[in-house]
Ligand binder design. Structure first.
Ligand code: NAP
Ligand code: G4F
Length: 362
């Protein structure tokens, strides 16, 4: 019999890739979506509108991680073999503005789900928790492994820390097959536009095509280990196929600053930058424009023009300065290894955003 998966956060970046992966493997996929006043299914519309798939092997249900009775009903009705809990208020900066809601969803939402599993009596179900490198926060080791102590630096990180430990506790207390994927930053053309990677690739495209003049960023010194989302979503599935429920780090093992991300992105378009000033006065200025496969339609762009500025409103009250992950355990036990590294990731994202902006004009 084909497996049945239930995905929370199916409308998000990871949810959409994971759905494609599981459908490809022959799963039936059930997804939980939130009621929204505007369309929120853009990332899965290609599947939703496919009559071969929707209503046959893909089903969507309204729900929310803050609604316990809804989770109980869905579990009773669907009886999934595997659950992927990807739903979250996933923006670190926003979590400082809405810490209570972030905890309700990211921490207690996980608990509600685990408890609903017990109440419904799904003893054989396997549960994947979208844990995060934000747990390391003020990192205590370089690189970070499954054994590195946690020190979260945001309400988001702290809420996810609760999620991490409640998974471990339900695994030990009730023998539940529950695992944490401690995933480092992973990006793609489907990444939300307010995360820094996508903010940069989208803005660089808009600047090159003459729609925007400048990109305003926050902390350029922060270092992240950025990988390619579809590979990490395949890793989630692999974690649940491992015979023993365990926690795994997934990362690329490389780290780069936000400044490098911006420099490479503009460079990919043929806009080579140099930097001037420090902290909030730092600016990215055009050093030269060189020919690439991308057409720079904005004729105002020339040597000396400032295209990046820093604004303190994007700084966080407490920052995570440096993340770099060691994925040896995932490589040895699961055979998981990332193929797309930093340069290639930027190429993929800029190609997509440049095309989108060119076609749609936004
Ligand atoms: P994302 O694009 O922000 O997607 C989040 C998903 O959660 C969306 O489908 C969203 O629905 C849904 N959601 C939010 N609040 C909800 C609620 N109260 N009830 C039900 N659904 C809710 O995030 P992502 O990048 O795909 O990340 C997936 C998961 O991995 C998240 O848990 C994130 O914290 C974690 N994570 C991400 C990364 C990364 O680098 N991407 C790294 C480590 C861990 P709407 O579409 O309606 O907003
Ligand atoms: O892209 P970010 O917002 O991602 P962040 O905070 O690392 O969180 C993402 O990755 C986590 C895994 O480590 C996930 F758990 C989480 O759900 C999310 O997917 O910011 C990356 C860095 C930060 O240091 C931030 O201060 O970029 C810096 N940054 C500089 N300027 C900016 C900006 N971040 C954003 N969002 N916008 C800026 O203008």
């Amino acid at each position: 019999m084909n497996k049945k998966a239930l995905i929370t956060g199916i409308t998000g970046q990871d949810g959409s890739y994971l759905t494609e992966i599981l459908l490809d493997k022959g799963y039936t996929v059930h997804g939980i979506i939130r009621r929204s006043s505007s369309f929120n299914t853009g990332r899965i519309d290609h599947l939703y509108n496919n009559q071969e798939i929707y209503g046959k092997r893909l089903f969507l249900h309204y729900g929310d991680l803050v609604d316990t009775s809804n989770l109980n009903r869905l579990l009773e009705k669907i009886e999934p073999d595997e659950i992927y809990n990807l739903a979250a208020q996933s923006h670190v900066k926003v979590s400082f503005e809405i810490p209570d809601y972030t905890a309700q969803v990211d921490a207690l939402g996980t608990l509600r789900f685990l408890d609903a599993i017990r109440e419904v009596g799904l003893k054989q179900v396997k549960f994947y928790q979208a844990s995060t490198s934000e747990l390391y926060g003020k990192a205590q080791d370089i690189p970070q492994t499954e054994k590195t102590p946690f020190y979260p630096r945001s309400p988001y990180g702290v809420a996810k820390l609760y999620g991490y430990w409640i998974i471990v506790n339900y695994r030990e207390a009730y023998n539940l097959f529950a695992c944490n994927g401690i995933l480092f930053n992973h990006e793609s053309p489907r990444r939300g536009e307010t995360f820094v990677s996508r903010k940069i690739t989208r803005a660089a495209s808009r600047i090159a095509l003459g729609i925007d003049e400048k990109l305003i960023l926050g902390n350029l010194n922060a270092k992240r280990d950025w990988g390619y989302a579809p590979e990490y979503c395949e890793g989630m599935r692999m974690i649940l196929q491992h015979p023993i429920p365990e926690d795994f780090v997934m990362a690329t093992g490389e780290t780069h600053t936000v400044r490098e991300f911006a420099e490479l992105t503009f460079g990919e378009l043929g806009i080579n930058l140099e930097w001037d000033g420090k902290d909030e006065r730092e600016r990215g200025i055009i050093k030269e424009i060189v020919k690439t496969k991308y057409d720079i339609k904005n004729k105002k762009l020339k040597q000396g023009v400032c295209v990046i500025e820093v604004d303190g409103r994007y700084y966080r009250p407490t920052e995570v300065d440096l993340l770099i992950g060691d994925y040896t355990k995932a490589k040895n036990l699961l055979g998981w290894e990332p193929k797309v590294k930093f340069d290639e990731l930027i190429k993929i994202m800029i190609e997509s955003d440049y095309e989108k902006v060119l076609k749609r004009g936004f």
